[in-house]
Ligand binder design. Sequence first.
Ligand code: OOG
Ligand code: NI
Length: 461
Amino acid sequence: MSDTKISRDAIRTLFSRAMSAMYKEEVPAYGTLLDLVREVNDATLAADPAEKTRLQDLGELDRISEERHGAIRLGTASELAMMRRLFAVMGMYPVGYYDLSVAGVPVHSTAFRPLEDAALRHNPFRVFTSLLRLDLIEDEDLRAEAQGVLDARQIYTDRCVALIEKAEAEGGLSETDAEAFVAEALETFRWHAEANVGHAMYRRLHDAHRLVADVVAFKGPHINHLTPRTLDIDKVQGLMPEWNITPKAVIEGPPPRKVAILLRQTSFKALEEPVTYADGETTVEGSHTARFGEIEQRGMALTPKGQALYDQLLAETRAVITPKADGSNAAEYMAKLSEVFAAFPDDLDGIRKEELGYFRYTATGKPLAEGDAALDAAALVEKGVLRADPIIYEDFLPVSAAGIFQSNLGDEAQQAFSGNPNRDMFERDLGASVVDLHQRYAEAEAASLTRALAGLTREDA
Ligand code: OOG
Ligand code: NI
């Protein structure tokens, strides 16, 4: 039947594959990076059959080759509100609020992603979505002109909006409509080589902040990177030059560890791409640098206590040494990072006992002995009745995001705004609240424990 709805998960997979294919055409180095990541992932799994089995048991092996995130930057509240509706069609919802003004980038952000375990296993595709904050730009005239340019552009096709409305009205899309929706949505994320402003205006926007030009001067929010997940980021970073890719100076996030936590990321420098600027009758040929490639390695999600320890250790490191863009102190930075992070337990039991990370509990199949029913989760793990596996971190890290932004905006362009979060404004513009990310992990942990306990058998049964 033609109007049978397909799942939101299936639409997300269609979309993430279409985005990957488009970006491979637009930025060939991304294709090279995908090949490199696949090679390293295959080698890592071949060398570690136990890890391969573990990932397979957790249902995580299949998703790894599908796994990627992207990033876009929007200009107005109404663009953001429609983006929320667009992503909802494919089961992606806003999680977390990130204020990047602290890092000299005039945006605040959220990540659209699937929420439920089953949806994440199906395809965890996420899009880090930033909204430009013109309120942080000092020049009032420029601010007003930029607002005018943004208000006049339409980043969604009419058909895309019509299909979003249809999905909302009917609770989903048929396969035919879903395919049309994906094709229409892709138009919003496509690169446009003709700017939306003249060259003089581009220069003024660029002088205010490169990111302001990247948002305001173009017809739409081109996808600025897509990021595959690697199982060994140090290996990929080391191999990049051999594959003719120049990585950024250091890997963002925690140091290499036995137990991976949160998220480690690195990227290659943005490309300089030709752009045509129309000044009245004449056109000016110029360029713009914005789009890049990135890889990530995901580790376990941390509780607020674990996150606070992470933040503290990172700040402690950076009070002593901050990585230089030219890479000249990269080795010292990494050494200091590892030294300071020695204070973060690096074994699963230690992390669990200190309640620094989130775990997913499953029953091992070993029956409960007499009297064990009253034991808590920790004791049942100790007895081998329950097993605890780390829950993967599905979100982002503001300091890392800032490092990624900076390395691709030209590191010379560091500019200070004071920390200035405005979550209320963001949520008003979004038209919804963002989901609290710690609450999601806590719920996933609690639900897994309830399920595992319900599945226990007794020795005497
Ligand atoms: C987004 C940078 C943040 C990440 O992986 O942390 C990000 C951007 O440059 O628009 O994608
Ligand atoms: Ni990214």
